[in-house]
Design a binder for this molecule. Structure first.
Ligand code: ADP
Ligand code: MG
Length: 346
């Protein structure tokens, strides 16, 4: 049996169904990310697992035990929130050791555990400082150390990096991933950021309106979205109604499906390419936006506007108004039908 199992979990606030029959298994030692837009129920699911919220229906199993009605304090779960929520009147060391002190662990053992946790989150030398003198990233490291020092069964991280600036955030993503691997700690991570989910996760659970729309490895979720929602949330797919794509390509596509194409799979050239395994479409450049190491072009083809990512090379930059050819490998054109996903979800 899975280490954590949500069985038909429903959570309602009044008439608002926030979790709609969640079935979710999490394997021991995995880092699983709940990914989805704001308000789709990610935090609520985490809070139900932590015991901070009672489920309306269903069962939660943790390590072979039904914990559905077990009080939060007896679940042995570590949790880190977006707000650092440290004790302002305690030093780094005291904050980290607080849980162990509550457990009445002898002082020298506490010192030992705290020292190791401080090393793990790379805060050596800061032990005697107060939270107010630390940066946001450092405070979040303290919160992380405080939640792992008690050796919890599960570590829950609810958007812990959302308030931290981009560069530090990347460093902390890597550190969390490394700590997870060093400790083999089963971890549930919540984010609304697809890039963060891709970097961090063994498994992504894509949430949509209180339901899990898709589960899988980052690569499988990225390359095989099961619905138009998944395709718009991960991978920034172009999405074209089947009938319109049929008209552009001359091939048969069912109008009930949506053709989804990732922007980086399309190649742009000034000369007409000849590739029998790709569709060739003629379009006009509308504009482009730099996005890291790629330029994202907006290109009008008949009635359809495509976005296409091209590597940022100076000899290869196209201007608005230019006529270009788009070469789209046929195997990169996915046909998605929402009907199947939503029929299966019921
Ligand atoms: P997410 O973490 O994905 O942004 P939440 O789980 O926080 O979403 O919230 C999901 C929905 O549940 C939202 O519509 C929110 O307003 C509602 N909700 C969350 N907590 C409460 C509460 N204590 N009382 C009433 N509604 C709540
Ligand atoms: Mg939330």
């Amino acid at each position: 049996m899975a280490y954590i199992s949500f069985q038909n979990v429903v959570k309602r606030f009044g008439d608002n169904v926030v979790l709609d029959h969640i079935q979710l298994d999490i394997e021991k030692g995995n880092l699983v990310t709940l990914l989805g837009p704001s308000g789709c129920g990610k935090s609520t699911l985490l809070r139900c697992l932590a015991g901070l919220e009672q489920v309306t229906e269903g069962t939660i199993i943790l390590d072979g035990q039904d914990v559905t009605h077990v009080p939060a304090s007896q679940r042995n779960i570590g949790m880190v929130f977006q707000q650092y929520s440290l004790f302002p009147n305690m030093t780094v060391e005291q904050n980290i050791g607080f849980g162990l002190k509550m457990q009445k662990m002898p002082k020298d053992e506490i010192a030992d555990h705290v020292r190791r946790a401080v090393e793990l989150v790379e805060l050596k030398g800061k032990e005697n400082q107060y939270p107010a003198s630390l940066s946001g990233g450092q405070q979040q490291r303290v919160a992380l150390a405080r939640s792992i020092v008690t050796h919890p069964k599960v570590l829950l991280l609810d958007e812990p990096l959302s308030a931290i600036d981009a560069k530090l955030r990347k460093a902390l993503q890597t550190r969390i991933r490394e700590i997870h691997q060093e400790l083999g700690l089963t971890t549930v991570f919540v984010t609304h950021d697809q890039d963060e989910a891709m970097v961090m996760s063994d498994v992504i659970e894509l949430f949509h309106d209180g339901r899990i729309e898709q589960s899988g490895s980052p690569v499988s979720v990225y390359t095989n979205p099961v619905s138009t929602f998944a395709a718009s949330f991960i991978g920034s797919y172009n999405q074209i109604p089947g009938g319109q794509f049929a008209a552009l390509t001359g091939d048969a596509f069912d109008d009930a499906c949506t053709v989804a194409i990732r922007p980086e799979t399309i190649t742009l050239t000034r000369r007409c390419p000849k590739n029998p395994d790709a569709y060739t479409l003629k379009g006009t450049v509308l504009g482009s936006t730099p996005r890291g190491n790629v330029l994202r072009y907006s290109i009008q083809v008949g009635q359809v506007k495509f976005h296409v990512d091209a590597l940022f090379r100076s000899f290869h930059i196209f201007d608005p108004g230019e006529t270009l050819y788009l070469s789209i490998p046929k195997h990169d054109c996915l046909c998605i039908s929402d009907k199947e996903v939503h029929a299966n979800a019921v």
